[in-house]
Design a protein around this ligand. Structure first.
Ligand code: ACO
Length: 276
């Protein structure tokens, strides 16, 4: 594991064989997200996007929390008394990393939920491509418990993954739930025992690292964009996107795949990837 100083005060970045570990690093504050943390995360994600040591990003938390949500002191109280423009800028930096950057990120992202995950933490969780949780992790839309609504973009984010009845239940009750329930709700791909969390997450990252990175990026983007399109638009867009993928892929994966299946008959796409 190679340490790095990219993270700054609030984020820790480490590299391990193609994986960039991005750890929210305010364990004493349960990784609550301050304005400073947002600024560090914007820089980290920006730099890692063009860093060859990072093939897959794993977002997790240092210590016992994934993240206890927005920092009630260093985000909310700190921006209550300031000018409108300063407040707008604080909200903008949070939006910039929690969903804009993560949603359209060039590299695959996995959220590894190691512990507490409350309120605002649902946004980066949902905007990572995949998520694996510890069975011991504790989730909650706790906003209602301190007199606010699931704001930022949390209510929208949960509506993209959760069934309406269930989402409303947690919005209205603020009830906590564990990793297995997060799996049932579709918030995470899998919940695994705490001592298997890292191993399982790395295993998935390794599968992604074996894929053609250009095609993987195009596939992720295409899926995310069509969610908000009609069928007609989706069909047009996906046909164009598939052509674009062939055009931009330096590896010429489509040609290789076709040839290895049809000409040399050396592989079966149903069972695994072509030889790169
Ligand atoms: N904002 C600011 N500080 C926080 C936050 C937060 N969201 N969460 C924890 N902290 C701070 C505590 O104030 C405490 O600071 P201190 O040591 O200076 O007193 C420190 O982190 C440790 O927290 P404890 O509460 O002592 O830790 P404990 O392990 O007992 O509990 C828990 C952890 C359950 C996560 C608790 O801290 C908590 O309920 N946090 C708030 C969760 C929440 O509702 N977040 C807001 C969601 S809404 C939104 O994001 C918009």
């Amino acid at each position: 594991i190679e340490a790095s100083d990219i993270g700054g005060e609030n984020v820790k970045v480490e590299f391990e064989d193609g994986i960039a570990w991005v750890k929210l690093n305010r364990p004493d504050k349960r990784n609550a997200m301050s304005v400073g943390l947002a600024e560090d995360m914007i820089r980290v994600l920006d730099e890692l996007e063009i860093d060859d040591r990072a093939g897959v990003i794993i977002l997790t938390g240092e210590g016992e929390a994934f993240s206890a949500g927005m920092d009630l002191k260093d985000f909310f109280r700190a921006t209550d008394g300031v000018s409108d423009v300063k407040r707008m800028r604080a909200y903008r930096s949070t939006r910039a990393w929690q969903w804009r950057l993560l949603m359209h990120y060039a590299k695959p992202t996995i959220a590894m939920v190691n512990g507490w995950c409350f309120g605002g933490a649902f946004t980066p969780l949902i905007c990572c491509d995949l998520a694996i949780a510890s069975e011991d992790a504790v989730f909650g839309l706790s906003e209602i418990n301190w007199g606010v609504i699931p704001g930022g973009v949390v209510s929208k984010a949960i509506s993209t993954l959760m069934n309406d009845r269930k989402a409303m239940y947690y919005v209205m009750t603020g009830e906590k739930f564990g990793g297995k329930m997060a799996e049932q709700l579709g918030l995470v791909n899998e919940a695994v025992p705490a001592d298997k969390l890292r191993e399982r997450t790395v295993e998935i990252a390794r599968v992604l690292l074996e894929k053609n990175p250009t095609v993987l990026r195009q596939a992720r983007m295409a899926y995310k964009y069509v969610r908000e399109m009609t069928w007609e638009e989706s069909a047009e867009y996906l046909t164009a996107k598939a052509d674009q993928t062939t055009f931009v892929d330096p590896e010429k994966g489509r040609e290789k795949g076709l040839s290895q299946f049809l000409d040399t008959k050396t592989y079966r796409p149903g069972h695994g990837a072509y030889k790169r």
